[in-house]
Ligand binder design. Structure first.
Ligand SMILES: [Zn+2]
Length: 93
């Protein structure tokens, strides 16, 4: 199992990137990012995609695959974005 570098979904079938650098073409059932297509072909970065996914309410996106019973978008996201917690007190205008 591999985890999605965007949303943290822990059960991707394949590594998003092979050792040679190619995308897996797997679509993350959680955030719907397709590795090797949305990044390579469409030029979308993981960060952009993650932002858009979060802005859309972090919904389970796969139609063919059921959302896991214990699925917790916030928790899984925390596994990939836990590093930076910018000080939010000072909002810049
Ligand atoms: Zn994902």
């Amino acid at each position: 199992m591999h985890s999605c570098p965007i949303c943290g979904y822990p059960k991707l079938q394949e590594s998003p990137r092979s050792i040679s650098g190619g995308g897996s073409y797997e679509i993350c059932p959680s955030c719907s990012f397709q590795f090797g297509v949305d990044d390579d072909d469409k030029g979308c970065t993981f960060i952009q995609w993650r932002k858009a996914w979060v802005a859309n309410g972090m919904k389970w996106s796969s139609k063919g695959q059921r959302e896991p019973k214990d699925w917790d978008a916030v928790k899984q996201l925390a596994t990939v974005v836990k590093k930076k917690t910018p000080a939010k007190k000072r909002s810049k205008k």
